[in-house]
Design a protein around this ligand. Structure first.
Ligand SMILES: Nc1ncnc2c1ncn2[C@@H]1O[C@H](COP(=O)(O)OP(=O)(O)OP(=O)(O)O)[C@@H](O)[C@H]1O
Ligand SMILES: [Mg+2]
Length: 217
């Protein structure tokens, strides 16, 4: 199987306890997998490990069959990974919504007009065009989460890691996000407590336990 992500026997511990061990996971190029689990089971930590933000205690991580031994190895794939944190309050780099969504495209060398047009399209698709010129720090938690998602999806990353994308969203926003995520054929790992949301995205669901991932569907 040609995979974007392979995790082999990953374990993780904090300064005070072992959180999980023996996490093994393969995600192929267009596959979406969901991860559920109790509060504190380590779902967010696992996504941070996958994004190269924190190291595991043990185990091996391969991105596109390339072994990641350090943060430096992850740097080569920075443009390929889109990571939505559970808490997006520290995530933004620009003051206004449109500037922030355009930022990643501009950083990739996309011309201003094209970056603006694409960003407007993305805001429209996510139902947040009315927020275009708003200051991000004046937005609600749910609004901030959708803006962060817009900034991630617009760069078309090959691997998309989403930590509770709908935890603060209303029903309409959730439906728009389901539609847009279903239209994206990329590797996706979605962490969520929201069963009906997950089931509309993927049949492949794992539960994170302290001794590994259990496939529950
Ligand atoms: N920076 C940190 N320092 C110490 N312990 C931490 C740190 N970050 C997380 N932990 C601990 O690691 C464990 C796993 O946390 P994590 O946030 O990954 O869980 P989670 O499954 O995402 O939980 P939730 O469903 O509440 O989001 C928890 O016991 C948490 O207290
Ligand atoms: Mg979490």
């Amino acid at each position: 199987m040609s995979c974007s992500i392979n995790l082999k026997n990953i374990s993780y511990e904090t300064s005070t306890k072992e959180v999980f061990k023996d996490v093994t996971l393969n995600v192929s190029h267009e596959e979406k997998v969901a991860i559920v689990g109790s509060n504190g089971s380590g779902k967010s930590s696992l996504l941070k490990i996958l994004a190269g933000l924190i190291p595991p205690k043990e185990g091996e991580i391969f991105l596109f069959h390339d072994k990641m031994n350090s943060k430096k190895d992850f740097r080569a794939y920075r443009g390929d990974i889109g990571y939505l944190p559970q808490d997006v309050s520290d995530h933004f780099l620009c003051p206004t919504v449109i500037e922030d969504v355009m930022f990643a495209l501009r950083a990739k060398g996309v011309k201003k007009d094209e970056a603006y047009e694409n960003s407007i399209k993305m805001l429209e698709e996510l139902g947040i065009l009315h927020l275009e010129n708003r200051n991000i720090y004046d937005l609600s938690g749910g609004e901030q989460k959708i803006v962060a998602l817009a900034g991630i999806l617009i760069t078309k990353p090959k691997i998309i890691l989403l930590d509770e994308p709908t935890n603060a969203l209303d029903e309409d926003a959730e439906i728009r996000i389901i539609n847009i995520l279903n239209s994206i054929k990329k590797s996706m790992v979605i962490v969520s407590h929201h069963k009906t949301f997950i089931e509309k995205l993927t049949p492949t669901i794992y539960k994170l336990k302290n001794n590994g991932l259990e496939k529950i569907s």
